[in-house]
Design a protein around this ligand. Structure first.
Ligand code: ATP
Ligand code: MG
Length: 234
C-alpha cells in the first residue's frame, strides 16, 4: 500500500447493521478520501451484561451482506476473532501491526453520539493517539456538538481532511435516521424494515427469525448505550 493510502475503520455492535451505518462509512470515505472503510462488528464476551441480541456469526453475516457490492466498503472479523471485549485501542494496535499502516493513515469513524462518550472508553485518552478519529453527524447529534461536550479535546478538532496527526475530524454530512434499537423494536412489533436495512439484510433477519423474541433491554432515547458498554472498562 502506498504511503498516502488512508483507510477507515467503523466499529460497533451492529445488532443489526443498518443503512445509517452504511451512510456513515460512505460519508467519512468521501470527506476524507479513504481508499476503503472496513466495517467491524465487535465482540461482546458472554459474561458481559449488555449482550447483543444476534450472535456474532449473524452480526458478521449481516455486515457482509450490507457491504456486498458497495464500492469502498469491506467487512472484517478482526474484532470477533480476537479474545476478550473489543476495545478500540486494542483493535487499532492490532490493525496497525497487521496492515503495516502508520497511525496517521488510519481513521477510526464514529457517530457523534458514540464519540460524545469517548472519556469512558478503555485507555482514554491514549486511544486518541493511535489513529485519526472521524466524528460523523447523526440525526439529532450534529458533529459540532462534540466541541462543547468535550472542550479539552476541542483543540484537536477540525473540519479539514488534511489536518496534522492526531486529529479529530468533524464530518457534517447527512446520514439516515436509523438505529439498531428501532429495528429491534420494529421486529418485536412485527413491522417491516424496508428502507432501514439493505434488502439482503432484511431477508437474512426474517429468514433466521432474528430479533422477534428480543428481550434485551432497549431504549430509543439512549441509542449509544450498547456502544458505550462495548468500549467501557471491563
Ligand atoms: P443501538 O441502537 O443498538 O445503539 P446504533 O444504531 O447506535 O445501535 P451502533 O452499532 O451502536 O448502532 O453504532 C456503531 C457506530 O455507528 C457508532 O459510532 C454510532 O454512533 C454510528 N452510527 C450508527 N447509526 C448512525 C447514523 N445514522 N448516523 C451516524 N452515525 C451512526
Ligand atoms: Mg449505538
Amino acid at each position: 500500500m502506498s504511503p498516502g493510502t488512508r483507510i477507515g475503520l467503523l466499529g460497533g455492535t451492529l445488532d443489526p447493521i443498518h443503512l445509517g451505518h452504511v451512510d456513515t462509512a460512505l460519508a467519512a470515505r468521501t470527506a476524507l478520501g479513504l481508499a476503503r472503510v472496513i466495517v467491524l462488528p465487535s465482540r461482546v464476551p458472554p459474561h458481559r451484561p449488555q449482550q447483543p441480541s444476534a450472535s456474532p456469526y449473524h452480526r458478521f453475516a449481516m455486515t457482509a451482506l450490507a457491504v456486498n457490492g458497495v464500492e469502498g466498503l469491506e467487512a472484517s472479523d478482526i474484532e470477533l476473532s480476537a479474545p476478550g471485549p473489543s476495545y478500540t485501542a486494542d483493535t487499532l494496535a492490532r490493525f496497525q501491526q497487521s496492515s503495516g499502516l502508520s497511525p496517521s493513515q488510519i481513521f477510526f469513524i464514529t457517530g457523534a453520539d458514540a464519540f460524545a462518550e469517548i472519556e469512558t472508553w478503555h485507555r482514554y485518552p491514549e486511544v486518541l493517539d493511535l489513529s485519526h478519529f472521524v466524528v460523523v453527524s447523526r440525526p439529532g447529534f450534529p458533529a459540532a456538538t462534540v466541541r462543547h461536550r468535550l472542550p479539552l479535546l476541542a483543540p484537536r478538532m477540525t473540519d479539514s481532511a488534511d489536518a496534522p496527526f492526531p486529529s479529530i475530524v468533524l464530518v457534517n454530512r447527512p446520514t439516515r435516521d436509523v438505529s439498531s434499537t428501532e429495528i429491534r423494536r420494529r421486529r418485536r412489533a412485527g413491522e417491516p424494515l424496508t428502507g432501514l436495512v439493505a434488502a439482503s439484510v432484511e431477508q437474512h433477519i426474517v429468514q433466521h427469525g432474528l430479533y422477534v423474541d428480543d428481550t434485551a433491554p432497549t431504549s430509543i432515547s439512549t441509542p449509544s448505550r450498547r456502544a458505550d458498554h462495548l468500549h467501557g472498562q471491563d
